[in-house]
Design a protein around this ligand. Structure first.
Ligand code: CA
Length: 230
């Protein structure tokens, strides 16, 4: 999942970035609302974490502008202010959730998962496709009773594909979800990850189909009698 972090406090931001990166998010960090607006004009994120107290434009105004510009990604606001009117105002302006500083990382992770599930209309922390089950809360992949070992980028890729399955995902967006800005892998390298995933998933009847000029999608290699595509 690609996450945009908007936070002006360097210490807080690097702590959050470290924690979220360890949890498998591709985190890109900007220190101001203005910079966030610039970035969002050209790039796509799955979710945003926005500090309320930013220099010049604050997090509420940023959220309002994002919604005005038609951006629908979930937004979680971080705030040290406990005032009810701030929260109500933030929700009115289009934020999806709040977290009061200071907070513990597991709580932030749980709230992000809940927001992502809500935005993808999934009802549980487990994503599934065919025999594959991805337990996002426990970071565990299983199929046919067997555990599947996935590296961090493989995990991010399969999670992204699963969330969108059976629809195809754009290769550029998949790349962004896998890397963010600062640990770049190339578009060509994605095929290496996809072929590793094929090696792990095909024994369980799941294929990763390359759609030329666009990207990838998951497919069931053997249609079971009771499996029906939506
Ligand atoms: Ca701040």
């Amino acid at each position: 999942m690609r996450l945009l972090l908007v936070e002006d406090d360097v210490m807080v931001a690097s702590g959050i970035k470290l924690g979220l990166s360890d949890a498998g998010y591709a985190v890109d960090w900007v220190g101001s609302a203005e910079r966030a607006e610039d970035v969002l004009q050209n790039e796509t994120f799955d979710i945003a974490v926005i500090d309320l107290g930013l220099p010049k434009l604050d997090g509420l105004e940023l959220t309002r502008r994002l919604r005005c510009n038609g951006l629908t990604m979930p937004v979680l606001i971080l705030t040290a202010r406990d005032a009810l009117c701030d929260r109500v105002q933030g929700l009115d302006l289009g934020a999806d959730d709040y977290l009061l500083k200071p907070f513990e990382l597991p709580e932030l992770l749980a709230r992000l998962r809940a927001l992502l599930r809500r935005s993808q209309a999934a009802t549980s922390a487990t994503l599934s496709f065919g025999a594959l089950q991805l337990d996002t809360a426990n970071h565990e992949a299983r199929a046919n009773g067997q555990s599947i070992e996935l590296g961090p980028r493989e995990w991010t890729a399969i999670e992204y594909l699963l969330i969108h399955a059976p629809k195809p995902v754009n290769k550029n967006k998949l790349l962004q979800a896998m890397t963010g800005w600062d640990k770049g892998i190339t578009l060509n390298a994605i095929e290496v990850y996809m072929s590793r995933l094929r090696g792990k998933l095909e024994p369980h009847g799941i294929g990763v189909r390359c759609i030329r000029g666009f990207g990838y999608r998951l497919e069931l290699l053997e249609a079971l009698p009771d499996a029906r595509a939506e």
